[in-house]
Write a protein that binds this ligand. Sequence first.
Ligand SMILES: *Cc1c(COP(=O)(O)O)cnc(C)c1O
Length: 460
Amino acid sequence: MSDNHLPTAELQMLDAAHHMHPFTNGDELEKKGARIITKSSGVWLTDSEGEEILDAMAGLWCVNIGYGRDELADAAARQMKQLPFYNTFFQTSHVPAIMLAKKLAEIAPGDLNHVFFNGSGSDSNDTNLRMVRHYWEAKGEPERFNVISRWNGYHGSTMGGGSLGGMKGIHAQGGLPIPGIHHIDQPDWWSEGGDMTPEEFGIARAQLLEEKILELGPETVAAFIAEPVQGAGGVIVAPDSYWPEIQRIVKKYGILLIVDEVITGFGRTGNWFGCETLDIQPDIMTCAKGITSGYIPLGASLLSDEIASVINGDEFAHGYTYSGHPVACAVALENIRILEEEGIVDRVGSEIAPYLKEKWETLADHPLVGEAKIVGMMASVALTPNKETRAKFAASAGTVGYICRERCFKNNLIMRHVGDRMVISPPLTITKEEIDILIERARLSLDEAFEQIKAEGLYE
Ligand SMILES: *Cc1c(COP(=O)(O)O)cnc(C)c1O
């Protein structure tokens, strides 16, 4: 018993009775009981039983500066006392929103100098969807209504975000995707590359964009949206040939490129934004998660000079009560100050990501592991019964991944499974010693999972 709270069993019972969890089978969870997290520091979580867990997922890909930074709590408290809320709708503004917009324009690449604030990643993408369509309406090309996205991309779970995303499980519920959204296949060489080399496959998958544009009619396409590296899809890193070809195609047809940096932003890939790491030139960038290191909800759409000048020509009938919430903006400013002044982004690029890469790639030797992929501080391994043929398990996708994830959980390591890929995205502030512990626990969990799946006849 670690702290001043009800016993774990009682908390679990109340949780099951009243709390509906996102992306969770409630009945299953009720039988098992949720693991209850009570406190945190650095890369470590403590649960209600006093167990210390290494959080290799940084919460949900978001706690970039690590847990327990009082500066963020203090920034929030100061702002709450001074001006806890004011809106930015009716020709009013406030200091935190102004200063954060200026700061984001400074750190963002290219001419992404304009910021529309939102509450989360999902509703930022809803903003972007309306924004690109309205942009073309305002330019006198209202027939540019279609937006192209990718299967197994993740852009949130609202009607817009969930439609833009390519998660079949989301589309299966509640009438998604909404009209005018079209998906092309992802650049996942490991599972879909067949006999092609990664480079050939990267080009082939990028050219699906051109095929889709031609199929829909170039004059009907508003934008293409993608993550620099697919996160929730399993940390899928496209072959090097992919992005230059995408860039060529969007330019050729004059369609807007929305890059969803909700995970890849704020240092995750070793630069401020994934676009810089992968040399992508977006017209719109989606930010959330790491913008506040997850300490408080905030999303932002960063827009090019061209888009802002067109949108500003009339009233964009869109916004959220909490667009530019002063407390969230104050926390984001403090978060960015820490990332900058403590050299955290530079340290990722020059020191800690190379160290993690060296260690992570050793996991490829494990009998259960096919490929090990990593970009900056986000990484994955593909589990397979046969490395040579890149085979899938006979059991339904995710069966083996779930077993491995459960082993990690038991070994006090939070690593997520996406189907039969295991993924990590630790706080950027993780130390080398903590990376060693992470790898040690990951290897132990893989060993145990390997024994278990062999014992259960799943290694085939
Ligand atoms: C998490 C995520 C979102 C959705 O953000 P929410 O804050 O959960 O709404 C959108 N895009 C990407 C790439 C994400 O990882």
